[in-house]
Write a protein that binds this ligand. Structure first.
Ligand code: C2E
Ligand code: MG
Ligand code: MG
Length: 428
């Protein structure tokens, strides 16, 4: 079938989708047949939104919905259920293979570009698939499992994934990490690595980000993005953060002295922002290590910040008013509105490395980087770029007006002694 796009038509909304889902469950129960539920998520849509603006992005979504409709059978139902997420109910599906074929058909229809305002845009999507009644007996279970399949597709970089019981294995893994984590805290199995940050204009060393490493006896070094989410879930993040802040300030005292004191940046999880004694904890650590407030930076990811704007803004403002630096990490990925920017309780933003990485090859990424830098200028915020892997990107960021650089091009995160040696030879 040839894809024809007509943006004048619209698709059903969320409430209509829930009604249709309940209705399909009832009717398929009666006739003892299966239907498929598909969740379709547009990849990197947020970036597209940022670079092209909401108007174009919205038109693209409409065209995308129309493309799906044109590829669907008459009895299939399509709804927009999230910002860049669509759901499809495909009645009377024979088996998993049949459902997969339908998903492949929709994915294949995306190889053709979308024409908007005389420009050609390409869209990619992930699809999660479940069957009723095989993968869930009610709407709630079915939706949950379709979401699991969708995140499986995204995690494995597959265009589509069927729900399978294997998806549940990740829960078992979480349990293992949780048990081991308790031991890690008791036996002090953590270590801090430091990655330098350099002033792009002067070339002078600015400071370093502290990145936690877990030396697990059996598994070797466990990456923070594996165990931090588990620690956030079970509350271990509180003692871990306390340890991290203290270790960072303690180790910093051994760093070579420089004209402008170096800053150490520590990553702070969302969960800490709802900790009533968090401010006292930070103050206490600064006091114990006799370190001035300006030498500590707390990095909060943008997505964490927007989860609960009022609480986090209040707390971060308090810390900032005491002279502690606040940095918004992974900026550009947080699904936040630009409106909050005017009150942002920060001194610094860190452009997410996914925009920096391919900035020179990808015009859209470069637009985003430039837009973030311009925006920061207007609000008197310092801009850090992380994930700089080569000299051309380093130079490009300097031209775009970025302030601070961090990335493998300068150095990978290193243990304390290696970092100290690196600083000595850098200063030379
Ligand atoms: P992040 O704060 O955004 O840290 C940057 C990550 O990018 C680090 O990964 C760093 O090693 C990596 N990186 C830096 N430069 C480059 C580069 O040029 N290329 C590439 N490919 N990667 C680069 P790491 O250490 O694995 O940390 C991952 C994430 O885990 C961190 O992302 C942060 O969100 C979290 N994390 C690390 N340490 C802590 C901690 O002490 N507490 C908390 N709550 N989270 C932490
Ligand atoms: Mg960070
Ligand atoms: Mg980051």
């Amino acid at each position: 079938m040839i894809a024809t796009d007509d943006s004048s038509q619209t698709v059903a909304d969320r409430p209509a989708f829930f009604l249709k889902l309940e209705e399909s469950i009832v009717s398929h129960k009666t006739c003892q047949k299966s239907f498929a539920l598909l969740l379709i998520n547009l990849k990197r849509f947020r970036r597209f939104n940022l670079s092209q603006g909401y108007l174009i992005a919205d038109q693209l979504l409409q065209l995308f919905a129309q493309r799906l409709t044109s590829m669907a059978r008459e009895q299939d139902f399509i709804a927009r259920v999230g910002n860049a997420e669509f759901a499809m109910i495909l009645p009377e599906i024979l088996n998993e293979g049949h459902a997969s074929l339908a998903a492949i058909k929709f994915i294949n229809s995306l190889t053709e570009a979308f024409s908007l305002s005389g420009e050609q845009f390409y869209v990619n999507a992930h699809i999660g698939i479940t069957l009723f009644p095989e993968h869930g007996l009610d709407a709630k279970e079915l939706l949950q499992n379709t979401e699991k399949a969708l995140s499986d597709a995204a995690l494995n970089s597959e265009s589509y994934a069927l729900y399978s019981t294997e998806t549940r294995h990740s829960d078992i893994q979480v349990w293992d990490i949780e048990k081991d984590l308790q031991r890690a805290i008791e036996q002090d199995q953590f270590e801090l690595y430091f990655q330098p940050q350099v002033n792009l204009k002067t070339g002078k060393l600015f400071g370093a980000e502290a990145l936690i490493r877990w030396k697990n006896g059996d598994k070797g070094f466990v990456r923070p993005d594996i165990f931090i989410p588990v620690a956030e879930d079970n509350g271990y993040i509180v003692p871990i953060t306390q340890w991290t802040i203290n270790a960072a300030l303690w180790l910093k005292k051994e760093w070579p002295q420089s004209q402008n004191p170096l800053k150490v940046a520590v990553n702070i999880s969302t969960r800490m922002l709802s900790q009533p004694d968090f401010v006292e904890m930070v103050q206490g650590a600064l006091r114990i290590h006799d370190t001035s407030h300006e030498e500590l930076t707390l990095e909060i990811t943008e997505s964490a910040l927007v989860e609960d704007l009022s609480t986090s803004f209040k707390l971060l403002n308090e810390l900032k008013s005491q002279g502690i630096n606040i940095s918004i990490d992974d900026f550009g990925t947080g699904y936040s509105s630009m409106a909050y920017f005017k009150n942002i309780p920060a001194n610094e933003i860190k452009i997410d490395q996914s925009f920096v990485r391919y900035m020179l090859e990808n015009q859209m990424d470069q637009h985003i980087v430039q837009t973030i830098i311009n925006l920061a200028r207007g609000f008197d915020l310092k801009v850090v770029a992380e994930g700089i892997e080569d000299q051309p990107t380093f130079d490009g960021l300097n031209l775009l007006g970025c302030d601070i650089a961090q990335g493998y091009h300068l150095a990978k995160p290193m243990p304390q002694q290696e970092f100290i040696n690196w600083v000595k030879s850098y200063n030379r």
